[in-house]
Design a protein around this ligand. Structure first.
Ligand code: KG4
Ligand code: ZN
Length: 366
């Protein structure tokens, strides 16, 4: 089955075509991501109205590019003859929430129109579920000729724990099967990525903070500053990261300004912040993995692109003798993309009438 995925929940505009079959990894035929990040870097954060305006400009060219890359020839998206059975996609998947309302509407209304005109089933997808299903996409490079024969099975096994760590979310969920998800806990205030972005701003680093903090942390000492690990020992599976931001602010104020820091001190601050966040994420996730005796631990969301976090998870899983295998999507599939949305749609296939699909910025786990 081939699915066209569409994702516009935040500042990215993405379209992808995936090929999927039961009991095999999802393979990518194309995954196009256009970002308005450079516009937001100037303001140090996303301005929703600016993001949505850019997405209106990008959405059709991005879909056309995804189709062209997958099939090797251009499609005219308004060509209604594409409704024929020979048109090489079987369904359209679109992110309906959570996210920014203006941004979501661009993807949802486009997907509804295309599904109606092309007479294809439409599958609404929860963005958070999409992040999790990036872990079902193969990391191997597969040529178009190989895809038909490609049916190895190295996807996560159930039960599994998924840690979603992004700019907007930090959630731990237990999955007993596809579509069988139990929310265990989440952040009580800032998300992990949000904390990194805010701390990046405090340290005068370019937006978004996560990638640059990871880069500078490589040259710093994670023990140089002892920042708090809020609620690391609590009985629940909740997180809290706003206190960490306040601790860094206090440190910067003590010093007068970031301008007075040596570059090495900035590196040490980054390494210490990253370590504090990593410690909390690992402690709570491993506790959940042990409690539910899971077979796989899935990391996902933009912060999962952090290679130090991935290494620390692998190290700790060994240290705790966990039988669970750690899954992390390839870097480009950690941050927002449409391939993960199409992947989630395949495993949770539920067609909804185009007249009933609506954007829901507050959507969460049921
Ligand atoms: O998943 P995502 O693209 O968007 C949301 O759904 O929020 O995540 C974006 C977040 C940002 O906060 C960004 O700073 C963080 O992911 N991020 C990283 C890295 N790359 C992106 N955080 C730590 N290390 C990275 N390499
Ligand atoms: Zn996301």
């Amino acid at each position: 089955m081939k699915i066209l995925g569409i994702e516009t929940s935040c500042d990215e505009t993405s379209a992808a075509i995936i090929e999927a079959k039961e009991n095999a990894n999802v393979t990518l035929l194309s995954n196009i991501v256009a970002s308005s990040l450079s516009l937001h870097a100037k303001t140090g954060g996303i301005i929703p109205e600016v993001a949505a305006r850019e997405q209106i400009k990008y959405i059709i060219p991005v879909i056309q590019q995804a189709l062209k890359e997958a099939y090797g020839f251009p499609f005219d998206t308004i060509d209604t003859s594409l409704a024929s059975d020979t048109f090489p996609i079987d369904a359209i998947a679109v992110t309906v929430g959570p996210g920014l309302i203006g941004s979501l509407l661009v993807g949802v209304e486009t997907a509804k129109t295309l599904a109606y005109v092309w007479k294809k089933p439409l599958i609404p997808v929860n963005h958070l579920l999409g992040h999790i299903y990036a872990n079902w996409i193969t990391k191997k490079k597969v040529s178009k000729e190989e895809i038909k024969a490609f049916d190895t099975f190295d996807t996560p096994r159930f039960p599994c724990i998924a840690l979603i760590v992004s700019g907007g979310h930090t959630d731990l969920v237990l999955m007993n099967n596809h579509g069988n998800i139990k929310w265990l806990g989440g952040t009580r205030d800032d998300a992990a990525g949000e904390a990194l972005d805010k701390i990046g701003r405090l340290l005068n680093l370019p937006y978004p903070g996560g990638p640059i903090i990871e880069q500078l942390a490589q040259k710093g000492n994670p023990k140089a500053f002892h920042f708090p690990r809020p609620i690391i020992g609590s009985d629940d599976f909740d997180f809290s990261f706003s206190g960490l931001k306040t601790a860094v602010l206090r440190e910067v104020k003590k010093n007068g300004s970031t301008m007075n820091y040596e570059p090495l001190t900035i590196n040490n601050l980054c390494a210490s912040v990253q370590q504090a966040i990593t410690d909390v994420l690992i402690k709570k996730t491993i506790k959940a993995a042990q409690k539910y005796n899971v077979k796989s631990i899935l990391l996902c969301g933009g912060v999962a692109a952090n290679q130090a976090l991935k290494k620390a998870f692998e190290l700790n899983a060994r240290r705790h003798n966990l039988n669970a295998e750690i899954f992390v999507p390839q870097k480009s599939l950690c941050t927002d993309n449409a391939a993960m949305i199409a992947s989630a749609a395949f495993y949770n296939y539920k067609e909804v009438s185009v007249f009933e699909v609506t954007a829901n910025p507050e959507l969460y786990f049921d």
